[in-house]
Design a protein around this ligand. Structure first.
Ligand code: SF4
Length: 65
């Protein structure tokens, strides 16, 4: 299982994370990312990783430990 976290002050509300992995990330009505479930199940890891690496603000972290 992988773990994701958001660095909220760095989020610019682009919404790419939600587009890539809506089961994991949501952008709230104030334009800030929200992690729906920090523990990412195996079937969603590839999409969560893609969202993390594509975040233009580098506001997401993934630990695949
Ligand atoms: S892609 Fe990055 S900057 Fe955009 S909403 Fe998601 S975390 Fe925030």
């Amino acid at each position: 299982m992988a773990r994701v976290e958001a660095i909220h002050p760095m989020c610019l509300g682009h919404g790419l994370c939600e587009e890539n992995a809506p089961e994991v990330f949501r952008v709230d009505k104030w334009g800030c990312v929200e992690v729906l479930d920090g523990d990412v199940p195996p079937e969603l890891v590839a999409r969560a990783r893609n969202a993390v690496y594509r975040c233009p603000a580098k506001a997401l972290l993934i630990d695949e430990g």
